[in-house]
Design a binder for this molecule. Structure first.
Ligand code: SAH
Length: 226
């Protein structure tokens, strides 16, 4: 079962205003953004992004922009979340997805609306705790969280039908690639701090099949825990 967001008054926070703002954002993602997958747009219409950032920034939650979440990290731009999610779903809905870089938990929550099981790893304990609390508050019960260096994935729950890396790296660890199922798909921002290309990888008959999906800008994938 995919997750359903609990939309009581407390959880919805900004109430109707936020629903209207969210609807406008969805229209923008579909229009200028060129996002075509209605399943993804529906999921993003459901998840209250303002509850994944600090209250002081909540009024900006439905702008199509990345925002700070503390500890020098960011919640990804909605268009990037939409594009990456669409890229994961294109050749069929994965059952179990691994995310590296939980951050605010927003991307994981969007995925939780669409797939059966999300496993997500975060190297900053404080962010991981806040994300867990948000999932609980929203009644999202199909996300498993882990506090660890996610560069080597989460072997215990492998294989994954899809892997999404939400921090930038020049190279992916072989251990992570090994956790992808034979029919799987991986999406990751590849490159240095100057900007990255979104890369989609699929295991093919003659090695990895690679596609570049366009330029993106992510905070770096770092080693160790904090
Ligand atoms: N998906 C997030 C955005 C992520 S920002 C969201 O929806 O809000 C990138 C996150 O990756 C940061 O929280 C950062 O701490 C985390 N990160 C960086 N390197 C990591 C690593 N090796 N393992 C796990 N998480 C990592």
């Amino acid at each position: 079962m995919t997750a359903m967001v609990r939309l009581d008054r407390e959880a919805s926070g900004l109430g109707m205003t936020s629903q209207r703002a969210r609807d406008r954002l969805i229209e923008r993602l579909r229009g200028e953004g060129g996002i075509r997958d209605e399943r993804v747009l529906d999921a993003m219409r459901t998840v209250p992004r303002h509850l994944f950032i600090d209250e002081a920034l909540a009024s900006r939650a439905y702008e199509d922009t990345a925002l700070p979440i503390g500890r020098a990290q960011t919640i990804s731009q909605p268009w990037v979340v939409a594009r990456m999610t669409e890229a994961l779903l294109e050749s069929g809905v994965p059952r179990k997805v691994l995310e590296i870089g939980t951050g605010s938990g927003y991307q994981a929550a969007v995925l939780a609306m669409l797939v059966e099981q999300v496993c997500t790893v975060e190297r900053i304990d404080e962010l991981q705790r806040l994300a867990r609390r948000r999932f609980r508050k929203l009644g999202i019960d199909n996300v498993r969280c882990r506090y660890d260096d996610g560069r080597v994935g989460w072997a215990e729950h492998a294989p994954f039908d899809a892997i999404i890396v939400t921090a930038a790296t020049a190279a992916l660890d072989a251990a992570l690639l090994q956790q992808l199922a034979p029919h799987g798909v991986l999406v990751a921002p590849i490159g240095g701090s100057g900007g990255q290309q979104l890369l989609r990888l699929r295991p093919g008959e003659a090695g990895w099949q690679q596609e570049l999906l366009g330029p993106v800008s992510f905070v770096p994938l770092l080693g160790g825990t904090a």
